[in-house]
Write a protein that binds this ligand. Structure first.
Ligand SMILES: Cc1cc2nc3c(=O)[nH]c(=O)nc-3n(C[C@H](O)[C@H](O)[C@H](O)COP(=O)(O)OP(=O)(O)OC[C@H]3O[C@@H](n4cnc5c(N)ncnc54)[C@H](O)[C@@H]3O)c2cc1C
Length: 660
């Protein structure tokens, strides 16, 4: 029998669905709210905003994170900005346009109703954050300033220098702190969720490891919300923080939550290139730099060869010998094409020998034209901290004159290359953000909901805060309305025993492998397999080979892993081993999804499916659906595919065009 999914999209025209939903959803009365507990796992922008909002509404919230403070969640790293359809620039923006750009940017693989709601609440987010005191950049007259991000022809990105995530997280954290102080949120730092507990087919608790003592503890609630971020670190090298992991999400998947569109992984075009095999982290240079920076490689292969051998510098190459390939190929959007398009174009140039560093895997991002036009002060005001960051890492100052040819000053260009950055796939959720497990919700980067096959820049912060401040606090009530009748659960129940014993057995198993290889060495190997076979360009043969290699790597992990120390107390290697166990499963999921999706769309590029010009070639007839995967009881077994067909009523599905 074919399995189906109920995405619970409300009736009515797309622009009225959310209003109608809110008008008719069930509510929990104030007295009952006091009796209901909600577990929120994660304190990034999604988790912190949800926990603060639910606490403020009157629910009792248990909020968990693996760091020593919510403020150290990965969201703090976000640099460039957050989108909203305020139209302060009067440049033609609207809720519809943000909705349209997001669906188009996602290569027509997102769910229309969710994206419309996201665009609709985007403006509330800015109001909320301004009220919290988030110091968004302002124009001289006091108006909030905007800049442009990829995939849009309007300026709708609000920002706080190159530290937008940090400032937004401080805002969410202050709301959270208020609720902690009020006793409505109980915060558990340095706790890692290891399992979700299901009672009578409802999520009713979690098993979490106290990362300092090593003890396992049981927590119960009326609903569980997972806000644990993305799975980019499956690739080992990524722009994500080192602690980012997908253990909570994978454990939910093992317990029955479907995983949607895992192959939609975003490769960001502007990262500092890999510079050796001892590296464990890649650095993003914000997309905001593409507002004023121009991306180029030399036109002539001879020049490229000289750059690669170090005989020449980028600033030696005059204007007429430079190929601003994005401006050439995509005149309408130029350097501001979406990330998937810009990344593939960089790969194409490098594959053809035009790379500019010693590995041939880098292109230039150059500010000469904008500095000559606007002056260095204006540019430093916009990107000063990003220039500093680049200089600290590479010892090259992009704001420094490097050469003068025919009276034109040339500044040091940055070198950049695409790197793994964000994951559009995630736990499948319905319109209410509930997973396929009743009472288990998922928000932020952890779910799959809004970005289709490619996320536009500055839309992750928007989604995380939309989910946490404005969507979940409504939709979860529809579920919790019934829960007021449910008694508090005793954590001595058999379901909690079983879950805790399962985690304990896993910890013992890992500690007892006593092999020879460190976690990092196996993780690095996984990263190589992923980048090589499940990376920017994918083929049937490559994906099959990747799956074969990952199966052997799991065997190696299970038989030859070495974890020093003991499971009692703090043991970071043990924690990393748990994450790696789940990254291997995640890597396979990405590959299975990529293998079955015989088309190219957004961040998923199957080399067999491209146009003559090398653009992604979708197959709407056969793949116009969300690909959801069901766990089959054993990590080594292939998952089962279940499809959620997409239905568009407001937007005409067409081939993306950024050329004119
Ligand atoms: C360098 C960089 C720059 C970026 N810049 C931008 C930008 O300018 N604009 C934009 O829109 N997006 C940007 N993004 C993307 C954006 O930052 C993220 O998608 C977003 O912050 C994710 O928020 P989140 O709340 O979903 O998850 P996170 O911020 O990753 O938070 C996850 C939380 O879950 C907790 N956690 C994880 N696992 C467990 C577990 N098992 N048990 C308990 N707790 C757990 C963590 O402790 C943490 O609190 C950027 C990303 C990177 C890497």
């Amino acid at each position: 029998m074919t399995k189906t999914l109920n995405s619970r999209i409300p009736e009515g025209p797309v622009a009225e669905k959310w209003t109608n939903y809110k008008a008719h959803q069930r509510l929990v009365n104030p007295k009952n709210k006091l009796k209901l507990d909600v577990i929120v796992v994660g304190t990034g922008l999604a988790g912190a905003s949800a926990a603060a909002s639910l606490g403020e509404m009157g629910f009792n919230v248990l909020n968990f994170c693996i760091q020593d403070s919510p403020r150290r969640a990965h969201s703090i790293a976000a640099q460039g900005g957050i989108n909203a359809a305020k139209n302060y620039q009067n440049d033609g923006d609207s809720i519809y346009r943000l909705f349209y750009d997001t669906v188009k940017g996602g290569d027509y693989r997102a769910r229309e109703s969710n994206v419309y709601r996201l665009a609709e609440v985007s403006n509330d987010i800015i109001d909320q954050c301004v009220a919290q005191g988030v110091p968004f950049a302002r124009e001289y007259g006091g108006m909030l300033a905007n800049r442009s991000f990829g995939g849009a022809q309007v300026s709708r990105t609000f920002y706080a220098k190159g530290q937008t995530g940090q400032q937004l997280l401080l805002g969410a954290y202050s709301s959270l702190s208020l609720q902690i102080q009020a006793g409505k949120v109980k915060l558990y730092t340095r706790y890692e969720m290891e399992d979700v507990v299901i009672v009578d087919e409802h999520a009713r608790g979690i098993i979490a490891k106290n990362l300092v003592s090593g003890e396992l503890e049981r927590f119960t609630a009326n609903a569980v919300v997972i806000a644990t971020g993305g799975y980019g670190n499956t690739y080992f090298l990524s722009t994500n923080a080192m602690g980012c992991n997908c253990t909570a999400a994978v454990q939910c998947y093992r317990k029955g939550a479907y995983f949607a569109n895992p192959s939609y992984v975003q490769i960001h075009p502007t990262c500092i290139p890999v510079h050796g095999d001892k590296q464990s982290k890649l650095t993003l240079m914000s997309e905001s730099l593409r507002n004023d920076g121009r991306i180029w490689v030399p036109k002539n292969l001879d020049d490229a060869k000289k750059l690669q051998s170090g005989e020449m510098k980028g600033s030696d190459i005059p204007e007429e010998a430079r190929d601003y390939y994005l401006e050439r190929r995509y005149p309408a959007f130029g350097n501001l094409v979406p990330r998937d398009v810009a990344s593939r174009a960089a790969k194409e140039r490098c594959d053809n020998g035009h790379g500019v560093n010693n590995t041939g895997l880098a292109v230039y991002l150059d500010f000469s034209e904008s500095i000559n036009r606007l002056g260095i002060d204006a540019i430093l005001q916009r990107y000063g901290n990003l220039f500093d960051m680049y200089e600290e890492i590479t010892d090259v100052n992009p704001g420094e004159v490097a050469n003068e040819i025919d009276g034109v000053k040339y500044y040091n260009p940055m070198m950049i290359f695409p790197a793994i950055h964000y994951t559009m796939g995630g736990i499948w959720v319905d319109y209410e953000l509930m997973t396929t497990v009743s009472g288990l919700f998922s928000i932020g980067e952890c779910n799959f909901s809004d970005h289709g096959a490619n996320r536009l820049g500055a839309s992750a912060l928007m989604q995380g805060l939309a989910d946490g401040y404005f969507v979940l606090p409504y939709t979860i009530q529809n579920y919790l309305a019934d829960q007021a009748l449910w008694p508090h659960l005793d954590t001595n129940r058999a379901e909690f025993d079983e879950a805790e014993n399962g985690v304990k057995a896993e910890l013992d198993r890992l500690m007892n492998i006593k092999g020879k290889r460190s976690v990092d060495s196996i993780h690095k190997e996984l990263g190589h397999i992923m980048w090589e076979h499940v990376g920017m360009g994918r083929t049937k043969e490559g994906l099959e080979e990747g799956l074969k290699q990952m199966a052997s790597l799991r065997e190696e992990f299970n038989t030859n892993l070495f974890i020093p120390g003991s499971k009692e107390g703090l043991n970071i290697e043990l924690d990393k081993a748990i994450h790696l166990r789940d990254f291997i499963l995640m890597g396979e999921l990405v590959a299975y999804d990529a293998l079955h999706r015989e088309e190219s769309c957004g961040g998923h590029f199957r080399e067999e499916h491209q146009t003559e010009e090398g653009e992604a070639k979708r197959d709407d007839e056969n793949f116009f659906y969300v690909g959801c995967w069901e766990y089959k009881g054993d990590d080594a077994k292939a998952p089962e595919l279940i499809k959620e067909p997409l239905e568009y009523e407001a937007i005409k599905v067409q081939t993306r065009n950024y050329k004119n």
